[in-house]
Design a protein around this ligand. Sequence first.
Ligand SMILES: C=C(O[C@@H]1C=C(C(=O)O)C=C[C@H]1O)C(=O)O
Length: 372
Amino acid sequence: MDLNKLRNEIDEIDKKIVELIERRYEIAIDIAKYKEKNNIPIYNEIREKEVINKNLKYIENKEFMNEVKKTFINIMELSKDIQKRVIKIKKNLNVKEAKKIGFQGSEGSFSHEALLKYFKNYEEIKKYPSFEEVFKAINKRDIEYGIVPIDNSSTGEITDTYDLIRKYGLYIVGEIAIKIEQNLLGISGAKLENIKEIYSHPQGFQQSREFLDEHKDIKLVSFPNTALSAQYIKEQNDKSKGAIASIRAKEEYGLEIIVPSINSNKNNYTRFVIVGENFEKSIENNKISIIVSTPHKTGGLYKFIKKFADNNLNMLSIKSRPIQDRPWEYFFYIDFEGNLEDENVKDTLEYFKKESGYFKFLGNYKKDDNIL
Ligand SMILES: C=C(O[C@@H]1C=C(C(=O)O)C=C[C@H]1O)C(=O)O
């Protein structure tokens, strides 16, 4: 046997392997960029199993099964390391300062109020007709951040927002809760006994149910948002028309308060999230949001929740949303306390990435201390 000849043959093979492996890692980088853009996790268990099984079928000499399997496990481990290196993380951006920020509605809406309270510095505020338009504007980079309502303390979650965050693959970079107070507004000189029509968003009517029940003779007219209804009655300049809206809307459109604080629940808060294109890292961040889907098996959700307890992490909320094309299966939106640098957080996230059918990291941001 000629050792040199054999080594030469190995050298030839290695050369081809290097070429192919190099190409394989380059493709992994392209995949990483796609994943970053579409907010897809790096690790894909199903695909890795497929890769291994497919390649094991090509082996002619079954004696090498185990070694080939290990080789692929290693290649894919390193491919994921490369992908992680490529996905960059923006550091310490102060979201309270931004150039362009967007919200749904018009001046005087609660979203507008939340925006002004959260952002200390900005160049331009842009208004959009729907929540989805806000998300689209971030994706198109018309705005850096959008602010959208996500939960109301009396009426529950704003499901559209939950679905849109997932659909558009954006990150939550902050949150703020504001007290929602509804008032009956009118033009100067308007009196309750003369009001024949009240304009507002259906939420405004719903939140003022008790007050409206006492005035059943007044006609209710729905509007796309409370601020627009305030603007409308100002333009109409008619003392028989009222609007249910915020104090800020009153100021914005130069109206008067006919009856203050008519919302039935006096402790009514809405939580807004600030959404952006990039995940932002800071040691100040203390709240994490993720989306997972559990395996459709006994104890699936239990195991997930147990992981938080085992890692001594405080789970703040868990909400479910139906998965559109899989009847009776759900996405779970989970908020918990922690920072991405914490070891127990890292361990928990790794576990979720591995164990859940679907995993999406939504952001690590600073919790609004007004929310318990
Ligand atoms: C390259 C990918 O990312 C990861 C690495 C894989 C690989 O190197 O083949 C396979 C699945 C993922 O865990 C991919 O998703 O295809």
